[in-house]
Design a protein around this ligand. Structure first.
Ligand SMILES: NC(=O)c1ccc[n+]([C@@H]2O[C@H](COP(=O)([O-])OP(=O)(O)OC[C@H]3O[C@@H](n4cnc5c(N)ncnc54)[C@H](O)[C@@H]3O)[C@@H](O)[C@H]2O)c1
Length: 277
């Protein structure tokens, strides 16, 4: 079914940029965009949404409850709000038969939640879509997993300041670091538990490939890193893969990963454009 009515959960940096890019990318504006925001913030967000969604959709509306979002009958919902939002909304959306794109894939390191979402998608006759987000190579990884994966290693290299407020502070002097330091080596499951704010990329790679317990993760604080650098190394019968992605952040907000915004744009275009790639 062609996408006409787009639901979005969260109206932060990614959602705003997503609507801005859609406004200049879609061949035709969508019929409607309905955005779930935190209760009480609808008035302030409605004006921002009207400006941001201009060109992306003919009509746009902020709502404050999941019931109101679903009552607006979106064809697709994109979550870009955070792990808690996945926990409270995803099962209901999928069980009701609406396709759901989850940006906060790190929430799916909770195996029980992931199983519930798969069951809900089956019940609802719909799909849970996991976008590539800030990383790439998900296509080849998800394909060759069926040939058997010998090893998958994900290395995340960021400037020391990006690790402030994480357990890295206990093992590394982030402020005084002069050369790159590996402060975590372990499974994607443990990385997601210990570094939840950085869990999305490791989770996406784990879910596409070898799973949370067989995906090795290395986290590095590197004073020489200009931005967030992702390296994925895969050995399998079908291919040996090495991919390096240096994502740029948005000028408006240095916390916003532009590849993530564009991976969500791609999910919309895959449902509106005449060619899917
Ligand atoms: N897959 C990836 O590689 C990747 C990369 C970056 C970010 N992300 C995910 O995308 C999310 C959004 O990123 P962002 O930069 O836009 O964050 P942000 O903090 O700018 O925006 C999130 C917005 O969601 C709202 N929100 C949170 N919970 C909500 C709820 N229950 N109901 C309604 N609104 C709610 C917040 O108020 C905020 O406005 C992140 O939390 C992260 O989990 C994924």
């Amino acid at each position: 079914m062609a996408l006409k009515r787009l639901g979005i959960i969260g109206f932060g940096n990614i959602a705003r940029q997503l609507l801005g890019v859609l406004a200049r990318t879609l061949e035709q504006p969508l019929d409607a965009t309905i955005v779930l925001v935190r209760p009480g913030s609808e008035p302030e967000n409605q004006a921002r949404l009207a400006a941001q969604a201009d060109g992306a959709a003919k009509a746009c509306r902020c709502v404050a409850t999941l019931d109101d979002l679903l009552a607006a009958a979106p064809d697709l919902v994109i979550e870009c709000a955070g792990h808690e939002a996945v926990k409270f909304s995803a099962e209901t959306i999928l069980a009701g038969g609406t396709e759901l794109v989850v940006a906060s894939t790190g929430a799916l390191s909770d195996a029980a939640l992931y199983e519930r979402l798969l069951a809900a998608a089956r019940r609802g006759g719909t799909r849970l879509i996991l976008p590539a987000g800030a990383v790439g190579g998900i296509d080849i990884l998800a394909g060759i997993r069926h040939a058997g994966l010998e090893s998958v290693t994900y290395t995340s290299r960021k400037p020391p300041a990006a690790w402030i407020g994480t357990p890295a502070e206990r093992t590394v002097d982030l402020a005084g670091l002069e050369k790159a330091a590996v402060f975590y080596e372990g499974t994607a499951r443990q990385a997601a538990a210990d570094y939840p704010k950085n869990a999305n990329t490791a989770a996406t790679i784990a879910l596409a490939g070898a799973g949370f317990d067989r995906t090795d993760v290395r986290l590095i604080a590197d004073p020489g890193a200009g931005g967030n650098i992702h390296q994925i190394d895969v050995n399998s019968q079908a291919a040996t893969v090495s991919i390096r992605i240096e994502g740029q952040v948005s000028d408006d907000n240095p916390r916003t990963s532009l590849p993530t915004v564009y991976s969500l744009v791609r999910e919309v275009l895959r449902r509106t454009a005449p060619v899917v790639i």
